[in-house]
Structure formats: structure tokens, C-alpha cells
Ligand binder design. Sequence first.
Ligand code: GLU
Length: 274
Amino acid sequence: MAAKVRVRFAPSPTGYLHVGGARTALYNFLYARHHGGDFILRIEDTDLERSTEESMRMQIADLKWLGLKWDEGPNPETLKDMGALGPYRQSQRKHIYQEHAERLVAQGKAYYDFRTDEELELIKEKTLAEGKNAQVETPAEIVPPAEAKKRMAAGEKAAIRYRVTERKDFVLNDLVRGEVRFPSDMIGDFVCIRSNGMPVYNFCCVVDDALMQITHVFRAEEHLSNTLRQMMLYEAFGYAAPQFGHLSFILGEDRQKLSKRHGATSCNDYRLKG
Ligand code: GLU
């Protein structure tokens, strides 16, 4: 028997709910209802500088107004978690990301990176001069985890970076766009946990979608380019990847991405205008 359909809408509470986001939420909701599955709301609030509690409340109020009921996630009234696979706010899942990142380090698939921004900039310039994309390469010598921990205990800062070793094409069979091929050398080693201890979107997204047993990811087209990193992480963890469907942008009459120039873009504006 196929697994029960589980989809999610995962807004970042860094502003209002955009109509594009509302449409993504609607597609996920309808897909879940059509298949008798679950619709999950997950709040992606690891960007501490831009995320606000107020924005989360506003977005939840908009989703509620639209009549999109989620089965798991923050309760729309009390904001307390509903569901067995929470917490549903990424800011409350930091220990889970840390444990996952350390797992990759222990397996040699990721490493502590003590290089400074200036050093990384020079490396990127070098790869650019070689005719590649500006990307970060693995250092000649990786600091062993035990030594890295000692240096960090003494106050040094390090990011945890995923090591891209495999040179092959990753093939995505996107439910909307069909086959998309990503050569793995499009990207260099990428950060999982920043040196300030905060995990990055691509990392959290994979850990959460896997642990929350998400079967289908329907999201905006702008995330297509993130999917390569995410596919690498699924492989590294040995987690089955969900099916992806990248939804095209909502365009204005001039065929440009809908923006304020075209009028309202926030869900709440439409509500206010009746
Ligand atoms: N937090 C991301 C966003 O708001 C979610 C992307 C995703 O669905 O994977 O764009």
C-alpha cells in the first residue's frame, strides 16, 4: 500500500502572506484532501533577524481566513503544537538539526569549517578564475571532529559544511516540470549550520520533511535550484526523498512576476478590499 499522502506548507514568518504563498498553501491543502492525506503547517523561522512572532500570527490568520485547515502544526488559536511529529516551528528544533549535522560529520560527509569569510572569498574567486561558478572547495586538511570541538570550546567559531564529493548528475522527476538534471559540480561545499549555530534552510527543510514523513513537496519555482542540495542531503542521510512539484510564479498582465507594481500582493490586502 502506498504511504499516506502528507504535504506541508512551510512559510517563513518574515512578512505578510503573499498571494503566491496562499496559492501554494491551497494546492497542498487540496492535494491532501483529495488523497485523504494530511496537511501540515510548518513555520520556518530560523532566520532570527527577519522572523517575527507578529508575522507568524498574521500569516496564520490569513490561512485561517482562507479556510485552509491544517491537521498538524501550530494550533490556529493557541499556537500550541497539534500533532505527533513536532515541534512545528524550526526555531524549536535546533537540537534536532545539530544532531543531524554531527551525524554527517562523524561519517565524513560534512566537516567543521574554521575558514574566515575573507579566506572563503579568495577560494570563490579562484574557482571563478578557473571558469567554474564561484564555489567553496573542501580544505586541503579537514580539522578532525575532536580537535574541532576543543577549538570551539576555547571560543573559535566554525560552520558545519557539507562536502560535495560525488561528481554525477542528480535527476529530479518534478511533478510539474518533468525531468530536471543537475550536474553536481554546479555547487561547491555548502553550509548546513552557520558558525553562529543557526542551521540553514536547505538543511532544516530536508531534516524536517524526512522526520515529518512528508511524501510530496509542492512549493514555489524559486526553490528549484535548492533541490540539488536537498537531494544530496537525502542521499547522505539515507532518507527517501519526497516527490517534488515546483509551481510556476503568478504573473501580472505584463507576464512579469507579480509585484507591488501590479497592485496588491498580500493576502490581507485582498481581504481588506473585500
Ligand atoms: N520557507 C520556505 C519559503 O517560505 C519554504 C520553501 C519550501 O517549501 O521548501 O519559501
